[in-house]
Design a protein around this ligand. Structure first.
Ligand code: PMP
Length: 418
């Protein structure tokens, strides 16, 4: 069966029929129809599918975000019958040999990508990075223990607030007064750490504000550790894992679908959880069971594994970083060279390679900008609801051509409206 419009009608009209193995290309819709789906509880909604030769949009979403097209196509070809197993990954036992091979390969590829030392465990968990905001103090602190937080944006602030329930955290520096546009210097002139803090927490890349640490502070307490939320720059560049006690990241920006949270933790930090720690938040339980204590997000882990393979095939994280730098430079230059028409509030030295927030001098034109961009198939450019303006998230999977297209549109928009 070919991927023609008749294929589409086959899918719509005969959803219960199972195509023969020869016709697996039925999944590859190059000309999807327009679908109108009606929900009974909520108001009706419609999904409009494009019918161009490339049906994909240029997706600047902050997360869940675009995935590499070759990864999606690989998943598509594996979906119905994973490697001749007669099952999709979604239908496999998480304890069967097929899934074990998937999760083990995902872990070893991630170890290779980030050069994770052998005294670190890699955990594939659930609950998003938000769950880690509680898991960290529950695993690393007693109720009165100190933990320091450098808050460079909303996510660091949320992590701090959650920790208040479980230990004695302190914001040792906050960029709030400057609308989260800075990272402090680490030489002691801008913030002082408590000498007995169990850990120093940073959010390595603030997704909403576009502020990224380019280097990392060292905990003052020789027995303390640095902990980083890397949700939005995970695997976007090489990182010296040995500088951290814990790195955690939701997968849905750079490495997979939502539903998978990756924790990289130095092994000696495992095994100190408080008695009240829910079993699902206890690093020891997950470590002892190789992330298979309960049913893990199998399909999500499989997708992360495909992304890791793809990143390795690109030459690893040094190569990936070069591409990310090139894309970010192109976009920031377009903003900076617009003579104030576009503005990025973030201090230049700490601008994120992943999330580029910007505003228009004539703020009344912002809605128009977003609308016109969408007409050109560039979507999800609206800034986070808490800050407004625009935000282009240009994670690993955003091709250079996508950024070039945005920059060309920005120039053309400026020429019309300046
Ligand atoms: N930290 C950062 C830096 C994030 O960007 C996000 C999500 N946007 C979170 C934490 C929360 O992640 P989750 O939705 O997976 O809980």
């Amino acid at each position: 069966m070919t991927s023609s419009s008749s294929t589409n009608s086959f899918l719509i009209r005969n959803q219960t029929q199972i195509p023969s193995s020869k016709s697996q290309s039925f999944l590859h819709l190059t000309k999807p129809p327009t679908l109108t789906l009606t929900s009974t509880k909520t108001k009706p909604f419609s999904i409009k599918c494009t019918t161009e030769s490339n049906p994909r949009v240029t997706n600047f979403a902050a997360g869940p975000a675009a995935l590499p097209e070759n990864v999606l196509l690989k998943a598509q070809s594996d979906l119905y019958n994973w490697r001749g197993s007669g099952m999709s990954v979604m239908e496999m036992s998480h304890r069967g040999k097929e899934f074990l091979s998937i999760i083990q390969k995902a872990e070893s590829d991630l170890r290779q990508l980030l050069q994770i030392p052998s005294d670190y465990s890699v955990l594939f968990l659930q609950g998003g990075a938000t769950t880690q905001f509680a898991a960290l103090p529950l695993n690393l602190c007693k109720p009165d223990d100190h933990a320091d937080y450098v808050v460079t944006g909303s996510w660091g602030d949320k992590a701090f607030k959650e920790a208040q329930k479980y230990c004695n955290p302190k914001v040792v520096w906050s960029g709030k007064a400057e609308k989260y546009t800075k990272v402090p210097s680490f030489d002691g002139s801008e913030f002082e750490q408590r000498a007995d803090a169990r850990y120093l927490h940073i959010c390595a890349n603030e997704t909403i504000h576009g502020v990224e640490f380019k280097d990392y502070p060292v905990p003052k307490n020789p027995n303390g550790v640095l902990v980083a939320d890397m949700s939005s720059n995970f695997c976007s560049k090489p990182v010296d894992v040995s500088r951290f006690g814990v790195i955690y990241a939701g997968a849905q920006k750079n490495v997979g679908p939502s539903g998978v949270t990756i924790v990289i933790i130095r092994k000696d930090l495992i095994g100190n959880s408080r008695d009240i720690t829910p079993v699902m938040l206890d690093y020891k339980i997950h470590d002892e069971n190789s992330s298979l204590y309960n049913t893990p997000p199998c399909f999500g882990i499989y997708m992360c594994g495909l992304v890791f393979e793809d990143l390795l095939a690109q030459g690893g994280l040094k190569e990936v970083e070069k591409k990310n730098q090139r894309k970010a430079e192109l976009l920031y230059n377009a903003i900076d060279e617009s003579r104030g028409f576009f503005r990025c509030p973030v201090e230049k030295s700490v601008r994120s390679l992943m999330n580029v927030p910007f505003t228009l001098e004539k703020s009344e034109l912002e809605a128009e900008f977003i609308k016109e961009a969408a007409k050109e198939n560039m979507v999800q450019l609206k800034g986070h609801r808490s800050v407004g303006g625009m935000r282009a998230s240009i994670y690993n999977a955003m091709p250079l051509a996508g950024v070039e297209k945005l920059v060309a549109f920005m120039k053309e928009f400026q020429a019309r409206h300046a």
